[in-house]
Design a protein around this ligand. Structure first.
Ligand SMILES: Cc1cc2nc3c(=O)[nH]c(=O)nc-3n(C[C@H](O)[C@H](O)[C@H](O)COP(=O)(O)OP(=O)(O)OC[C@H]3O[C@@H](n4cnc5c(N)ncnc54)[C@H](O)[C@@H]3O)c2cc1C
Length: 405
């Protein structure tokens, strides 16, 4: 089996590498090596540079500001950018570009595409995902947020929760029940709604990392235009599934590059702490490396399917299980390598050892191995918990009876 890319793809890789050589400062060591107070400004400027060079949404059509390239080129961009420690986007672009942008291209009207896609790329609109509710997380079909149409305006009431970056976003795509006489998967619609309005209150939730990246969002007669429904009214479930496919699917292809980078840094960490000859640590490092290679093969298989015009489907659940558990075991190993030094204020875990944090398909962030370890706890919950992924594997891939619990 030959897992090398084609000569054309390798030529594209050289082009991307040259772009990075030309646009990154001399002696570049990665965004994590910059002083924290300079990182935000760098990220903002870098995002603009990517947009100007059509590298933000590589696989979007050219007429919508993309580069019109295939998922293979997208994978190559991810690999090269990861290797050099530079982000592939900016604030919540995972929700704005990958999830909403991808879905707008499938379901959006021409008017919606013309209106929203350029504003996403310009960074004028930053979107967040309004799916989960206090009583509807895994069981998303249980959403209770309602929207009714009055005189050409949708009026929305209800509550969303765990809304990542809701406090910084300008808009939310919100899954609502638009037909009050229905239950479960029917009668839902996906509405595109501005956040800055009297009918919306966003309340940040603090997590154990000390950050408040996600929020509760309260809708009290919030409004959006009648035309701001994505896909047919009442078909929100299908639209939401497509959107979740973009959330889970793309990660399968692009995470392998990030894992390789994490592994290299973990190896360097173990070396620095003099743990490379510890027999147990060696076994665990080998295990982590097996995962890197396994992820590389899954990524290539995913790209191959995309290139053939096929959706990854239920297999993406297996991949999600794999990468989320890999993140947790790998970051746990980093903690064991460092031992008590990980939590000593002056220790290298908190000060000297930075890394690009890997929040499953999201932006590359910076922080320490301790931050990474803490953030990785959420990986088996977001984008569908492990139990839910296993139910999907059981039902759709193994044909087992439906879970009724
Ligand atoms: C870091 C992070 C960011 C997030 N960002 C967003 C966001 O931007 N927008 C958004 O809408 N949501 C977001 N979420 C929410 C996420 O989608 C939900 O947390 C997830 O779907 C689980 O829902 P829940 O928290 O309500 O847990 P529940 O659904 O209440 O589940 C609780 C536990 O029960 C298990 N369980 C539930 N049902 C079953 C079943 N049928 N069989 C077996 N076990 C089951 C679950 O696996 C879990 O362990 C985010 C979550 C995290 C952690």
């Amino acid at each position: 089996m030959n897992l090398d890319h084609s000569p054309d793809a390798e030529a594209y890789r050289r082009k991307v590498a040259l772009f990075l050589d030309n646009h990154l400062p001399a002696n570049w060591l990665g965004v994590g090596s910059m002083p924290p107070e300079e990182q935000d400004a760098f990220r903002r400027t870098w995002r603009r540079t990517l947009q100007q060079n059509r590298l933000l949404a590589v696989s979007w059509p050219v007429e919508h500001g993309g580069a019109g390239l295939s998922p293979l080129e997208q994978l190559i961009v991810a690999e090269e950018f990861t290797r050099r420690g530079v982000p592939q986007g900016g604030l919540n672009d995972n929700a704005s570009i990958q999830m909403l942008g991808g879905t707008l291209l499938v379901y959006g009207t021409e008017e919606q595409k013309r209106r929203y896609l350029p504003r996403i790329l310009d960074g004028e609109d930053v979107w967040c995902q309004g799916f989960s509710e206090p009583e509807a997380g895994s069981d998303l079909a249980g959403v209770r947020t309602q929207a009714r149409l009055e005189d050409g305006t949708w009026i929305i009431s209800g509550q969303k929760t765990w809304t990542s970056y809701g406090h910084l976003a300008t808009h939310v795509f919100v899954l609502c029940r638009t037909d009050p006489d229905t239950t479960r998967h029917r009668g839902l619609s996906l509405l595109l709604c501005p956040l800055d309005q009297p009918g919306i209150v966003v309340r940040p939730l603090q997590t154990m990392t000390g950050e408040a990246d996600f929020n509760e969002v309260f809708f009290d007669d919030a409004v959006c235009d009648e035309a701001d429904v994505l896909g047919p009214v009442g078909a929100g479930w299908e639209v939401a599934r497509t959107l979740l496919g973009f959330e889970r699917g793309e990660a399968t292809a692009t995470l392998a590059a990030m894992f390789r980078d994490d592994f290299d840094q973990l190896l360097a960490l173990a070396d620095r702490f003099g743990r490379l000859d510890d027999p147990v640590i060696r076994q665990r490092l080998a295990r982590v490396y097996e995962g890197v290679e396994q992820m590389r093969c899954s990524g290539l298989a995913a790209v191959t399917q995309w290139l053939a015009g096929k959706q990854i489907g239920a297999e993406s659940s297996m991949h999600k299980l794999f990468w989320s558990e890999w993140l947790q075991s790998t970051t746990s190993l980093a903690m064991d390598v460092m031992g008590a030094d990980a939590v000593t204020p002056a220790g290298p875990g908190l000060t000297g050892v930075t890394f690009p944090a890997a929040e499953a398909g999201a932006l590359r962030d910076t922080g320490t191995w301790v931050d990474y370890f803490l953030r990785a706890r959420a990986a088996t919950i977001y984008a569908g918990s492990s139990e839910i992924q296993r139910n999907i594997v059981a039902e759709r891939l193994l044909d087992l009876p439906r879970n009724t619990s």
